[in-house]
Design a binder for this molecule. Structure first.
Ligand SMILES: [Zn+2]
Length: 192
């Protein structure tokens, strides 16, 4: 969903190795950074979104918070020098797969916006979406696109498929075997 939000705060960029892999998709929240790094590894669709944004002039800030009409929203566009900054808010009170799907959904909106170089402000963003997107909510209004809905669903399925593969009997027995071979109880050394 793309919707207005009152008062976008200032953000400090968290340090850490995961942040380096994110580049143009950032957060001040270390748990969101970890989740985005994990999603990048486990979902090809999510990875594609990150790659597209990394090669664009956009920097997307994903922060925990509340949206007026939904559990995730892209709330605004602004500029800093040659870069465009996009602001995504995510309600983090959900299981990881749902959270990642929502982030993927909002990153798709980010890609939609970044694909049009003329969208350089929140007002321009509204104008852009009013031309083709479905209007949802009431009052100031919000927009939704078919593409973002599809991307969110694809990311959710890929994350779930990854989880079920790693939790499958063959994978578990391999993991147990590996631990038996590699680790001697009571020892701090690997026991090859
Ligand atoms: Zn949406």
């Amino acid at each position: 969903m793309v919707a207005g939000l009152v008062g976008v705060g200032s953000f400090a960029i968290a340090n850490g190795t995961d942040q380096e892999t994110m580049l143009h998709v950032r957060s001040s929240d270390s748990s969101l950074i970890a989740l985005i790094a994990r999603a990048t590894k486990q979902s090809a669709t999510f990875r594609g979104l990150i790659d597209t944004i990394n090669s664009s002039d956009g920097i997307v800030y994903v922060e925990a918070g509340r949206c007026r009409y939904s559990r995730a929203c892209l709330t605004g566009v602004s500029t800093a020098g040659e870069y465009r900054m996009l602001w995504v808010t995510i309600d983090t009170r959900r299981v990881d797969s749902e959270l990642i799907a929502s982030i993927g959904h909002e990153l798709q909106h980010s890609v939609e916006i970044l694909s049009n170089p003329n969208v350089r402000s929140t007002a321009a963003m509204y104008l852009f979406y009013s031309r083709f997107a479905r209007r949802v909510g009431t009052g100031r209004g919000a927009f939704e696109t078919e593409a973002a809905t599809k991307v969110g669903n694809a990311v959710r399925e890929e994350i779930r498929a990854f989880k079920s593969y790693c939790g499958s009997p063959s994978m578990r027995s391999w993991t147990n075997k590996f631990h038996r071979v590699a680790w001697r109880p009571g020892s701090d050394r690997l026991g090859w």
